[in-house]
Write a protein that binds this ligand. Structure first.
Ligand code: SF4
Length: 421
């Protein structure tokens, strides 16, 4: 497997003081971030959701700061999280009135670890260009990094109109779509240059240029990456719901990440009603882990099942193991460093079960239809035991727990599970 050559971007530090400091850039691992969907003015709900996102593994969390109440709540949110031992950097997402809120609520400006500015709605390039400048100057005053986040749904219309007019007048006009993509890049770069003129350092600037089409995303980021060395935040905007959002995000982010482009990612999934916001964190992690860029949690290889697995037992076991791993990771991450590299196999029958199990650290092969009702378990390629009866799930979890403690616990590397069958 060829190594990924990361694009040499400037590294940006996000967070200081009471928060963990996260680095986004060439020298740091690709960072997973997420965004809340609570009303930020409701500090308690926002604290709860940020905590859930952080425990799921989000390394940065963004919150909307859209009015006075939200801005006033931000310091309480950061303080409330610290009281719970959650020190994830909080980013403020500003649109339209960020210049007013950051000036009116200095405690908010100080508590946030980064500001997101959308140049499409702070009027850069028009006569009230001072709004952008005001936000940057607050960032300079508080020494906060800024993400200049261009989004095609709110692209600077004055810039786009000018570029479309120029294109129409040119001898060789380009398709409107190409002009639009170029306007995204120009908007990001022009605003970054303006931010530097107003006092931000290059290592305080992250750029993004989000679109909702997969091929557009790949084109715009490939272009942007080639024309600057700013750290880049990757994400397919408005990715959608369920499998559509997950597949589109993976399809858009994977080619860029494999090309070494992208220093922090967010997966913008629309949650199902009542669905967990943390899903976007799991998907972002899974994209990075599937590409062997980072490891976040033990991986479960499971077969799709077929006519040899006529009951749902095999699917239930695979799901229970997956859920158990997710639930255990917040503690395991602290207590068992390296556990995220663990590989499990949960297979439906003996056709590929034992073979796949032998490639994993821990594997179980369930009985297919008409097979003996037994489940051989393999540990590091060797037959360890055979489970049978009604308690297979719990017994397999116990073997898993033992493996984690003996292989990733303090000073436990030398210990091994002893084969019992
Ligand atoms: S391992 Fe067995 S149950 Fe799973 S897909 Fe293959 S044949 Fe079917």
């Amino acid at each position: 497997m060829a190594d990924i050559q990361r694009r040499k971007s400037v590294t940006v530090k996000i967070g200081s003081g009471d928060t963990n400091t996260v680095r986004a850039g060439w020298e740091a691992p690709v960072v997973v971030q997420s965004m809340t969907n609570t009303d930020t003015a409701d500090a308690q709900s926002t604290i709860d959701q940020v905590e859930a996102l952080a425990l799921a593994g989000s390394e940065i969390v963004r919150v909307t700061v859209n009015n006075d109440d939200a801005a006033a709540a931000v310091p309480h949110i950061v303080e409330g999280l610290a009281k719970r031992g959650i020190h994830v950097p909080i980013v403020g997402d500003f649109h339209y009135n960020g210049h007013l809120l950051l000036k009116k609520f200095p405690a908010c400006a100080a508590a946030l670890s980064k500001y997101r500015i959308n140049p499409g709605n702070v009027s850069i390039g028009r006569k009230d260009d001072d709004n952008f400048r005001t936000m940057v100057e607050v960032a300079v005053e508080h020494q906060k990094p800024v993400r200049i986040g261009v989004n095609w749904g709110s692209l600077d219309q004055a810039l786009l109109t000018r570029m479309m007019d120029e294109n129409n007048r040119s001898a060789n006009p380009q398709p409107a779509r190409d002009v639009m993509m170029e306007a995204m890049v120009v908007s990001a770069l022009d605003n970054a240059a303006a931010a530097e003129r107003y006092g931000l350092r290059r290592d305080q600037i992250i750029l993004s240029a989000k679109v909702s089409g997969v091929r557009d995303l790949i084109d715009v980021y490939t272009n942007l990456a080639a024309r600057c060395d700013y750290a880049l935040h990757l994400g397919l905007t408005e990715a959608g719901m369920g499998s559509k959002g997950i597949v589109a995000s993976a399809a858009g982010l994977a080619p860029l990440l494999l090309a070494g482009i992208g220093d922090t990612i967010r997966v913008s999934l629309t949650p199902a009603p009542g669905g967990a916001r943390t899903e976007e964190v799991h998907v972002a992690q899974q994209i990075l882990q599937s590409l062997s860029i980072r490891s976040f949690m033990p991986q479960v290889t499971s077969c799709p099942g077929c006519g040899r697995t006529t009951s749902t037992y095999f699917q239930e076991l695979a799901e229970q193991i997956q859920n158990y791993l997710r639930a255990s990771m917040p503690v395991w991450r602290q207590q068992y460093p390296g556990v995220e590299e663990l590989k499990l196999a949960v297979m439906g029958c003996v056709v590929n079960g034992p073979g796949e199990s032998k490639h994993a650290n821990l594997g179980i092969s369930l009985p297919g239809t008409f097979e003996d009702p037994v489940a051989p378990v393999y540990v590091d390629g060797h037959k360890y035991t055979t489970l049978r009866g009604d308690n297979i799930v719990e017994e397999f979890k116990q073997i898993l727990d033992n493996y984690v403690v003996t292989h990733y616990g303090q000073g436990a590397k030398s210990e091994e599970l002893v084969e019992v069958v």
